[in-house]
Design a binder for this molecule. Structure first.
Ligand code: ZN
Length: 61
């Protein structure tokens, strides 16, 4: 698991309650090439008890 490279661990936070519910890996190289904004995904939030939009955050709790 000690891979070197441009991978980065990012958290996914619920846009409704701001809880960090998921952690995912992200490829920095692709991110730079794309030059896009942050990831947003629909995921289940245990706090809201429903599917909500989750936004990428680099600040891990
Ligand atoms: Zn939530």
């Amino acid at each position: 698991m000690a891979k070197k490279g441009a991978r980065e661990i990012v958290g996914m936070i619920c846009k409704d309650c701001k809880s960090q519910n998921y952690v995912t890996e992200r490829n920095k190289v692709n991110m730079d090439v794309k030059g896009r904004g942050k990831l947003e995904l629909k995921k289940y939030c245990q706090t809201c008890k429903k599917q909500t939009l989750h936004k990428e955050t680099s600040k891990l709790k």
